[in-house]
Design a protein around this ligand. Structure first.
Ligand SMILES: [Zn+2]
Length: 284
């Protein structure tokens, strides 16, 4: 009958309309994620998915955000206000979000955050002698250390991973904003007397955690390199006194000493130093 067919048509139309609503809500639920801003200061919201895009706003620590993850390390806020780095977002269950970005494909197995700070860079060469520049030596050691720590499941932030100048203020601000657990500054020494040689590690005066870190890395260095043990020392260097987490500064040898320099020029030595630094974190 006509009337029944109309009813049937209407029925199917309603079923169809409802199902499309349900389906579209499903798609939305799959795409969006929620998390919490995990910084100690604030998190920049940018107009696009990279640090080269302009800052268009900021979020406060602990703030809840809904975003879509396009797999490039950046989240697009569902309210359309911009993009945020997922390095600083923690999911509700306290687990870090997938930090596999275009840069590194390993996913941290734990929540420990290590900042590696290769000294100098760009216009600042650091110590220069025997054909070596400190900025190049320590960047290479830093990258090698990063690779080992990331493979061991640590989240690693480098204050620089190329030959650029980064101020001491920027270095410490990066570490503090990220809420790092440990800060390790990597340097090589230079001195007017070419006889001076060996490895040494500095920590913030009175810091028990810093002293513990310094002793660990110094022991590893002395055990695995054939360098002179100059010991561990208290010192208020900028980067270890303006960081809010335990921090050390490692001197990996003297570019001004012929014997140390020949080691620092050798990739095997730089790898050994990187393993010593990484092991002091992993074995702790
Ligand atoms: Zn230096």
């Amino acid at each position: 009958m006509k009337c029944n067919q109309m009813t049937l048509c209407l029925f199917f139309f309603i079923v169809f309309a409802l199902s499309s609503v349900v389906i579209s809500e499903d798609v939305h639920a799959i795409a969006a994620k929620t998390g919490e801003v995990d910084t100690q200061t604030s998190l920049n919201v940018r107009s696009g998915p990279s640090t080269s895009h302009e800052v268009v706003g900021s979020l406060t620590p602990g703030e809840q955000v809904a975003y879509t993850d396009n797999g490039d390390g950046w989240g697009e806020l569902v309210d359309g206000s911009g993009y945020i780095s997922l390095h600083y977002i923690t999911n509700h269950d306290g687990e870090p979000v997938d930090r596999s970005s275009a840069k590194h494909d390993s996913v941290p197995l734990n929540n420990e955050r290590i900042v590696l700070d290769p000294g100098h860079g760009g216009k600042d060469s650091g110590a220069v002698a025997n054909g070596l520049m400190e900025k190049e030596i320590v960047l290479d050691i830093g990258k090698r250390t990063r690779d080992i720590l990331e493979n061991a499941g640590f989240a690693v932030l480098m204050t620089r991973d190329e030959d650029v100048f980064v101020s001491l203020e920027e270095r410490t601000a990066m570490a503090n904003a990220w809420g790092a657990d440990q800060f390790i500054s990597i340097h090589a020494n230079g001195f007017s007397n070419p006889a001076a040689n060996g490895v040494e590690t500095y920590y913030f005066p009175g810091s028990a955690a810093g002293k513990h870190m310094a002793a660990n890395v110094q022991n590893q260095l002395v055990e695995h390199t054939d360098r002179t043990d100059r010991g561990i020392f208290e010192e208020s260097f900028y980067v270890i006194s303006h960081t809010t987490m335990p921090a050390i500064l490692v001197e990996t040898g003297f570019v001004s000493n012929a014997d140390d320099a020949s080691q620092l020029a050798d990739a095997n030595y730089r790898q050994t130093v990187a393993e010593a630094i990484a092991n002091s974190v992993i074995d702790d």
